[in-house]
Design a protein around this ligand. Structure first.
Ligand code: SF4
Length: 910
């Protein structure tokens, strides 16, 4: 459409508003109730413009071909000014004292030259609500524009906010109007971002002291990879705001990435190396870098020389950057001479890497998350995005609110199940049965894409033969659901035009996790919903920030960077030439095998980077025995973790806000990580520590900077060949594969052919097999572990922030029927006993779990859940069965109440 704004001719797309046209012309019209992410309301009347002699709100009036818009129209201007003056007349004078860059209201007043209202309105005295650590409400500044309400509903999908009261008394309330902190608010910060008047604010930005530097980086909490703007003041983080041009988060964030940054200046940051040189019973003592490096280097070299390189096991980190992981595996292979290098993706998404590679070719999700925008049906299996990946949870809610259908397959009634068309509340461990049952319905009822199967897939005959024995009623029986529910889910997925699959650790962390991934991938192949121009494919929700990248960089015992096999002599020869070293040909040990070997006396040293394995790895009693059995434990961490307490040398490391490099998020997007703060004391990056330790061992790892490390990785790794820091800084994030500097990365994979040996998507005929551990008469309950919104993994970062006030201790979710049987009330203590240990929790009664099932996390060291978890692992990858632990419950009748536990947790947050 062509139209004019004042005297300027502009062209806008159909569907554009007058405000779009005004902005396209570079003219300025103030707005108050308008946010481009929300449905326009046209209620504040501040954006009035003249059109054919009438004053019209620019934000809600559709642009039309030939329209003549006058932003300086006198009638419109006077009406807008009057509306603004009336509004200001009801506000206290301090409303206009807020700096203009933080208040759209002040900017609107400046636009009209308004310094005070001519009208003498009655002002409110409704007071403030500072109950929440992050979201502060000054009711007297609320102009009832409803933007926060829209943000909470339309962007976040939480519907926690509303406007209450009438007329002049109207004000935003959270939940039912009680203290904000008790409301369902999830503290995404969207309401604070959008509030135009300063009624809603956060402490860091409300502070009048000036901000120093602002740095754009990538969140280091979960695998979504939100782009964040970090505002520094006096050497600390003043505030973090979501980047509005962030490709994944699109200006949104969650309570962790947005607010949980206080840990960076926690008093218990490690700021100097620590050494324990009097045996394991002696305390760790501060040491100089030189002393600590010499201590570690001498002992590592001695163990390597006396017992052989394979007597050392190294665990790299999903919290570290790609460049640090690249350097860690190079250190293991080129300096220590072992392939005993693994990373924590072993414990979460190793089945995804193996399963997706076997089904499609690459060890990552098949599509960009942007493809979800076009889906008409989302199947979420074993993932709880609104808590574990909140920005994706919000995006999924937006899609459902716009009409996409939703299938949830999960043993718990997770938040998204509330808005699902079908919830298959399948028993833990029954995933393969469920997916085979759905596959059978797709084939039986004609939903399978036969052309796709003929031309682009393999394995149909074998799958069809297997499914003869997997009718939906058998699958439903194994899953403990009604057959009709399973069939309804299959029909919904089958009937969709562009179905998407999103899955998480509820699929992978099982004794048959790889089978779960493969049989789930079968559904996309049967439907022809992968590798086609309009497909939405299969997305695996990675847990930690750089789980994908740690494996991409070759921190794996059998793979070099880019999933190139160490057993391939040609591949090894390339790395040998580049590194001037000899990469061992024999694959190394996986994490859990390292522990077993340490207990057996074959592994004599463990080198653990940035992971608290003694808290987060399964059967943690076994992990501690392994660490105790070693002659040497070397650890890098930001805090003195449970693992660091077992170490002989601890190097003080830095978190993501002090790092330089890149992360890879869950949809294979390589994104820059930039230091927003200087490290405290003598803390150094894992990158620097690896270099220093190599040097102390007489070796040179090369690639002196993270940019050099990425450049070296690119020369050796075809899938990363086109990626460099310079390009990322210039062009923004890139998906891998990105095979040359002039190619864009591939967000949607396999458009021509799959990357399997025969170029076809491989259907997998995998039968249902029972889980590694099952409930029985001695251990009649099934404990499921997972995440909660405000804490992250071991909790070492989030517990040292005001997130701790939002959840100060862990609880055990228990169904009210079970609680009644055991005589337990909410908050009572219960002993949970597995075949390995007993841990005491306060119970939280909830029907989000079914009778016989329990749920908790391992984010709190004083409730060490992994002392309980099973030692069963995925048969293909060694990924632990975190999702099923058989336990018994025993109420603590005369023991401490929950208050004592709270006090313990309080001590942990400083
Ligand atoms: Fe985004 Fe995840 Fe960080 Fe939250 S924790 S801001 S969802 S990357």
């Amino acid at each position: 459409m062509r139209l004019s704004v004042d005297t300027i001719r502009v062209e806008v797309a159909s569907g554009a508003t007058v405000l779009d046209a005004v902005r396209a012309a570079g003219a300025v019209v103030p707005t108050l109730c308008y946010d481009e992410r929300l449905t326009p309301q046209g209620s504040c009347r501040v954006c009035l413009v003249g059109i054919r002699g009438r004053a019209m709100p620019a934000c809600t009036t559709p642009a039309a071909d030939g329209m003549e818009i006058r932003t300086g129209d006198e009638t419109a201007r006077r009406s807008a000014q009057l509306a603004l003056e009336l509004l200001v007349s009801q506000l206290p004078a301090r409303a206009l004292d807020i700096p203009a860059e933080r208040s759209e209201l002040v900017r609107a007043c400046q636009h009209f030259g308004l310094t005070r209202s001519r009208f003498d309105g009655a002002t409110r005295d409704a007071g403030a609500d500072h109950s929440h650590p992050y979201v502060k409400l000054d009711r007297d500044l609320c102009i009832a524009c409803s933007r926060c309400v829209g943000m909470c509903a339309e962007v976040q999908g939480t519907f926690a906010l509303s406007l209450a009261g009438r007329g002049f008394e109207t004000v935003v309330v959270a939940g039912t109007g009680g203290p904000w902190v008790t409301s369902p608010c999830v503290a995404c910060g969207g309401c604070v971002d959008t509030c135009p008047s300063g009624a809603l604010s956060e402490p860091g930005l409300a502070d009048p002291r000036p901000i120093g530097r602002t740095t754009t980086t990538t969140c280091g909490y979960c695998g979504v990879g939100c782009s964040l703007r970090v505002h520094e003041r006096d050497g600390s983080v003043a505030a973090i705001t979501p980047a509005h041009d962030g490709p994944v988060n699109r200006g949104h964030a969650c309570v962790k990435g947005r607010f949980a940054h206080a840990f960076t200046r926690s008093r218990d940051r490690l700021t100097t190396p620590l050494v324990r040189d009097g045996g394991r019973d002696s305390p760790l003592r501060p040491a100089s870098w030189q002393e600590a490096l010499t201590f570690a280097a001498t002992r590592l070299a001695a163990i390597r020389d006396r017992h052989g390189p394979d007597a050392i096991g190294m665990i790299s980190s999903a919290r570290a950057t790609n460049e640090e992981n690249y350097l860690a595996q190079k250190f293991a292979r080129a300096v220590l001479g072992t392939n005993n290098i693994d990373n924590c993706s072993r414990l979460c998404h190793a089945p995804s890497a193996v399963g997706l590679a076997a089904s499609f070719g690459h060890a990552g999700g098949t599509n960009s998350v942007d493809d979800l925008d076009h889906t008409d049906c989302i199947l979420i299996a074993g993932a709880n995005p609104t808590e574990a990946h909140p920005v994706i949870g919000a995006r999924i809610k937006q899609l459902v609110l716009r009409g996409a259908r939703l299938i949830v397959i999960d043993p718990r009634r997770i938040d998204l199940a509330e808005m699902a068309d079908v919830h298959v509340q399948a028993r833990p461990g029954s995933n393969v049965a469920v997916f085979n049952g759905i596959a059978r319905v797709l084939l039986d009822e004609g939903y399978a894409d036969q052309d796709f199967l003929r031309s682009r897939a393999s394995g149909l005959a074998e799958l069809t033969a297997l499914l003869a024995d997997h009718p939906p009623d058998r699958a439903a029986r194994l899953a403990g659901v009604a057959p009709e529910t399973l069939v309804a889910a299959a029909r919904l997925y089958g009937a969709a035009r562009r179905p998407a699959i999103v899955y998480g650790l509820g699929i992978t962390e099982h004794a048959h996790g790889t089978d779960g991934v493969r049989t789930l991938a079968n559904l996309a192949i049967l439907k022809g919903a992968v590798g086609t121009p309009d497909c939405c494919g299969v997305l695996s929700m990675r847990g930690q920030n750089n789980v994908q990248g740690a494996s991409d960089m070759g921190a794996l015992p059998d793979m070099l960077p880019g999933y190139q096999r160490v057993t391939d002599a040609g591949v090894r020869a390339r790395f040998n030439r580049a590194w001037r070293a000899e990469v061992p040909a024999r694959p190394g040990l996986r994490i859990l095998d390292m522990f077993a070997s340490a207990i057996a006396g074959r592994v004599r040293a463990m080198y653990v980077i940035g992971e608290d394995i003694a808290q987060t790895d399964p059967d943690s009693g076994n992990v501690r025995r392994a660490l105790a059995a070693c002659d040497l434990v070397v650890n890098h961490d930001v805090f003195l973790s449970t693992t660091a307490e077992h170490a002989d040398v601890v190097f003080p490391a830095v978190p993501f806000l002090e790092k330089d490099g890149t992360f890879v998020n869950f949809d294979r997007r390589v994104q820059r990580v930039r230091p927003a703060l200087d490290p405290p004391g003598q803390a150094r990056s894992d990158f620097d520590i690896l270099h220093l330790l190599a040097r102390a061992m007489g070796a040179d790892l090369g690639c002196p900077t993270p940019a050099d490390a990425m450049a070296e990785c690119a020369t050796l790794t075809p899938t990363f060949a086109g990626i460099s820091h310079a390009r990322l800084d210039r062009d923004g994030p890139l998906h891998w594969p990105c095979r040359s500097p002039d190619q864009p990365g591939e967000g949607r994979l396999y458009l021509d052919s799959f990357a399997t040996p025969d170029g076809r998507a491989a259907l997998a005929a995998r039968p249902y097999l029972p889980p590694g551990e099952q409930a029985d008469t001695t251990f009649p309950y099934v404990l499921i572990t997972g995440r909660r919104l405000v804490h992250y993994n071991s909790g070492s970062m989030s517990r040292r922030t005001p997130n701790h006030q939002l959840r100060p201790h862990e609880v055990l979710d228990l169904h009210p029927d079970d609680a009644a049987r055991l005589g337990l009330a909410d908050g009572d203590l219960v002993e949970v006993t597995s075949r390995r240990a007993t841990v005491t929790y306060p119970v939280h009664l909830t029907d989000t779990v079914t009778p016989g099932q329990l749920f908790t996390t391992f984010s709190f060291p004083d409730t060490p859940t992994n002392a309980l978890t099973s030692d069963a692992t995925d048969t293909d990858t060694g990924c632990p069965e975190y999702k099923i632990t058989a336990v018994s419950l025993s109420p603590v009748r005369a023991g401490r109440r929950v208050e004592s536990r709270r006090r313990t947790a309080d001590r942990l947050w400083r």
